[in-house]
Design a protein. Structure first.
Length: 129
């Protein structure tokens, strides 16, 4: 069974935990029990334009779970794209073997490039009051 089909057929936390390769207890604890602030380390980094950017970095156990979910979803996207015969070069964020570097290379020697920073694009988690 493909990972996409396994995910489509999963109806319980146990089945999802099995697909992700973690225990049901671990999955439940990360999602429902462990307080969100306890799952992140917060720190500041200076912005080029002045001021600071607040970073909320997931701690190792949450980061591992996020990585497993990301891998699962990327596997599913690969399966869908293969079936639909899709080979897009447009997206570079959260795509395997692509990065800000591959995106930048596509814009080399262009007369104009628009660069914008969407404020709070991913939202935020207030971990320290």
């Amino acid at each position: 069974m493909t990972r996409l089909n396994a995910l489509k057929q999963a109806t319980t936390k146990k089945e999802l935990a099995d697909i992700l390769g973690v225990t049901q207890l671990f999955l439940t604890h990360r999602i429902y029990i462990k307080p969100i602030p306890d799952q992140y380390d917060q720190f500041k980094i200076p912005k080029r334009t002045g001021g600071n950017r607040i970073i909320n970095a997931p701690k190792s156990k949450l980061k591992d779970l996020q990585s497993r979910v990301s891998t699962l979803l990327l596997d599913c996207i690969d399966e869908i794209n293969k079936v639909k015969k899709i080979d897009s070069t447009l997206a570079h964020g959260f795509v395997r073997e692509r990065s800000i570097i591959t995106n930048a290379k596509m814009h080399l020697n262009q007369k104009n490039v628009l660069n914008i920073d969407l404020d709070n694009f991913f939202g935020y988690v207030c971990v320290n009051s």
